[in-house]
Design a protein around this ligand. Structure first.
Ligand code: URA
Length: 256
């Protein structure tokens, strides 16, 4: 694997020592995302060379032994998967309420974790990997990776509301402008409609909050695509390993 270090220190008898922030090293070793690593550090779960470290940003080098929950971390080959998440599944690696997690569907020996999140009742495409740097880049709003959702809503949006939505609305004090909004179908009998909506941010409950703004409920929500990836023939509960080419294409979509 290739490392990208934040810092390089030249020294003494050793020549060159590479140092890296602890949370980044944990993510790079494929244990979990950088965000999760920060939580583990502040919760006192991380030991470096036998010493508990709780300070974020502590620098480590590749020879330092990192231990979390009695597991000594080591370099893993990077792997990337897409998964078609069913309803009533959480997008975490464990759940204290005993609910099914996305990992319950995987039969692999690598430790992987989801890139971002989908709600418990949302279905569709989610990426999983053990590549912390990749996960971070995919989740960064500035990377502008587009995600397409199909929402079934309990109403039919008037044209004026669709225009308002397309122009952007303020949610939780922040402007939220979808990349695309398209009405796919309307059913006057049941007063429901399907709307396809493309966003590049990943704020919690973003799509539901957009419709809530117009006093509409999302009855069903599915993520159809993530950047260049679509569900294709993947059935609910199935996963697929991504090829190098598919991963490279995702990287090429990142806005610099
Ligand atoms: N927006 C939502 O409201 N829920 C999701 O699961 C994803 C995006």
């Amino acid at each position: 694997m290739t490392y990208k270090y934040n810092y390089v220190i030249l020294f003494e008898d050793f020549g060159v020592i590479f140092v890296i922030r602890l949370q980044k090293q944990i993510a790079d070793l494929g244990y979990c995302s950088r965000r999760k690593a920060e939580e583990l550090i502040t919760a006192g779960k991380v030991y470096v060379n036998g010493k508990k470290i709780t300070e974020l940003g502590t620098k480590v080098n590749p020879t330092d032994e990192i231990r979390i929950n009695n597991e000594i971390l080591s370099v893993q080959e990077k792997e990337y998967y897409i998964f078609n998440k069913p309803r009533e599944v959480v997008t975490t690696t464990s759940d204290d309420k005993g609910r099914k997690t996305v990992l319950d569907f995987f039969d692999i020996d690598k430790r992987i974790y989801p890139v971002g999140r989908l709600d418990y009742d949302t279905t569709g495409l989610i990426l999983l990997t053990n590549d912390g740097e990749f996960a971070n880049l995919m989740m960064k709003p500035s990377s502008k990776i587009q995600k397409v959702y199909l929402a079934k809503i309990n109403g039919i949006m008037p044209k004026e509301d669709l225009i308002t939505l397309k122009n952007g609305i303020v949610i939780d004090k922040r402007k939220c402008i979808p990349d695309k909004v398209k009405v796919k179908s309307i059913d006057k009998k049941t007063n429901t409609s399907f709307i396809e909506i493309t966003i590049h941010e990943g704020r919690n409950h973003e799509i539901k909050k957009m419709f809530e703004y117009f006093h509409l409920d999302v009855l069903k929500l599915t993520r159809l695509s993530y950047g260049s990836l679509t569900l294709g023939n993947l059935k609910s509960g199935e996963y697929k390993k991504l090829s190098i080419k598919e991963v490279k294409t995702l990287y090429s979509l990142i806005k610099k």
